[in-house]
Design a protein around this ligand. Structure first.
Ligand code: B12
Length: 206
């Protein structure tokens, strides 16, 4: 863990953040650990926004810096396994447009050989179910960042049950507010709120 990177990200210091990331890449630090530090930094951005210290424009700024970090990291993210082609449907649930974390998970799953169908953001339950049906996916990944959108994830699971597809697919819910309680409430099979855990979950059932 690199405290100065977390701090630079939390302070929205673009220049410093990018300089530290470049330095860490050169020193051979793993891309995953760099991303995790940046995630911790934006978590602090979120806390500062909650307590009125930061504004919406600052959330937007954090997105922009994160995007630039990802551009630096992408060429260094190592392709770990040969393609297995296992299909996964993934998207951010209805009402929610956060996608930095989801995109990261999608990117890493693809680089681990999965065939990911990314439905984007604000995805209605019926669209998830249609995609599961059409692609024969073995996994469904639901990203939720807003607590008031947790219900949207539950609706997807309920609809899967209604149309008889629930037993055929493993549902994984992920995102900042997601914990065991959210997993139980939505009826998902598993959950993750960090990248290492996220990839492990998909790999363990191969
Ligand atoms: C950047 C940001 C934004 C950006 C989003 C840009 C984008 N393209 O995504 C913008 C500015 C658009 C935004 C808007 C809003 N935001 Co906002 N945002 C954030 C912030 C600061 C960072 C989120 C982020 O990208 N984190 C970095 C990524 C890498 O982490 P992550 O998303 O957690 O993903 C990781 C894991 O969770 C996991 N994961 C994620 N998805 C999935 C899916 C699966 C299947 C798996 C297995 C794992 C997994 O893997 C990822 C990698 O580690 C958070 C603060 C926070 N603590 O999260 C607030 C936060 C989520 N936002 C918040 C709010 C309130 C809003 C707004 C309502 C603000 C407003 N008044 O308009 C709007 C909502 C818009 C909407 N309808 O969705 C609140 C939510 C509070 C709550 N209790 O619900 C937060 C928590 C800030 C806060 N503390 O108040 N936001």
């Amino acid at each position: 863990m690199e405290d100065r990177l977390i701090k630079a990200m939390a302070d929205l210091d673009e220049e410093q953040t990018l300089a530290i990331v470049k330095e860490l890449i050169e020193s051979g630090r793993s891309s995953i650990s760099i991303v995790e530090d940046c995630r911790k930094g934006v978590e602090i951005v979120g806390q500062r926004y909650s307590n009125g210290e930061y504004f919406l424009s600052d959330l937007i700024m954090s997105e922009e810096i994160f995007r630039m970090v990802m551009e630096l990291l992408e060429p260094h993210i190592i392709y770990e396994n040969p393609p297995n082609g296992v299909p996964i449907v993934m998207g951010t649930v209805e009402g929610d447009i956060h996608d930095i974390g989801k995109n990261l998970v999608v990117y890493l799953l693809r680089s681990n050989g999965f065939r990911v169908y990314d439905l984007g953001v604000n995805v209605p339950p019926a669209k998830f179910v249609q995609a599961v049906n059409e692609t024969g996916a073995r996994f469904l990944g639901l990203s939720v960042l807003l607590t008031f959108c947790v219900g949207s994830a539950k609706k997807v699971v309920d609809l899967l049950k209604e149309v008889g597809l629930r037993e055929k697919i493993k549902v994984v819910v992920g995102g900042y507010p997601v914990d065991r309680v959210v997993k139980e409430y939505t009826g998902a099979d598993d959950y993750a709120n960090d990248i290492t855990q996220a990839i492990k979950i998909f790999k363990k059932d191969l």
